[in-house]
Design a protein around this ligand. Structure first.
Ligand SMILES: [Zn+2]
Ligand SMILES: [Zn+2]
Length: 229
């Protein structure tokens, strides 16, 4: 298990205790600390929510979502009807907040949550990159060089391919949002990041880096790869 796997697992299941998870926690102080923070947060939340809700509210929420809450069964099994109702309310709260924000903000937030990807230095194979785009229904004409991370990440309600390109001048993160095309090509600054947002094909290419000096070259490479000049 690497740091990214660990963080994803942690997000889904803060109390996870399978062997790979525990081994990584033992070996990686950064991830061990992240888990400690997550557990402390959960504890705070639990205390804050330890107020009996009206019975009808919990029932109504359960009923409405029973069919698509497979993932939350674990919470339910813990016997905590309240926890389930509360986590749904919380999830919707967060969901709404995320959707109301521009794509570029969501990209910065996504990157912060997966900052560990910036430290990956092993090149991934061209085939892995092609496969990631293929699973989003896109065929690449060519594969840009220097890719050290690729994954099909969800970002809010959007589907993306998330990549990191390392090279001179530091890593550039590339998030290709497959299903929405923004209006204008623009450079932006956000929370210490330099960014560029480019409508490309049917989607939007978002570049993020501490230093944007490679953006022109990276943008050219992806225009060629996606054949969408
Ligand atoms: Zn780690
Ligand atoms: Zn990602």
């Amino acid at each position: 298990m690497n740091c990214l796997d660990f963080r994803r697992r942690l997000g889904a299941e803060p109390h996870c205790n399978d062997a790979d998870f525990l081994r990584h926690r033992q070996d990686c102080p950064g991830c061990a600390e992240a888990q400690a923070r997550a557990l402390a947060f959960e504890q705070t939340l639990r205390q804050a929510l330890a107020v009996p809700p009206p019975a009808e509210l919990a029932e109504a929420v359960l009923l409405a979502h029973a069919t698509r809450q497979q993932r939350l069964r674990r919470v339910y099994r813990r016997g905590a009807l309240l926890a389930l109702a509360a986590s749904l309310v919380l999830a919707f709260g967060i969901g709404l907040r995320v959707e109301a924000r521009p794509l570029t903000d969501q990209a910065v937030e996504h990157l912060r949550a997966e900052a560990v990807t910036l430290t990956f230095t092993q090149p991934v194979t061209a085939q892995a990159v092609r496969d990631a785009f293929a699973s989003r229904g896109l065929a690449l004409r060519e594969v840009p060089d220097g890719i050290t991370f690729v994954a099909c990440c969800p970002m809010g309600r959007h589907r993306t391919v998330h990549l990191v390109m390392s090279g001179e001048g530091g890593a550039v993160s590339v998030i290709y949002v497959v299903d929405v095309r923004t209006g204008a090509r623009e450079d932006f600054q956000h929370g210490g990041w330099q960014g560029r947002s480019v409508p490309l094909g049917a989607g939007t290419l978002i570049l993020l880096a501490q230093d944007g000096s490679r953006f022109d070259a990276v943008e050219r490479a992806w225009r060629a790869a996606l054949d969408a000049r």
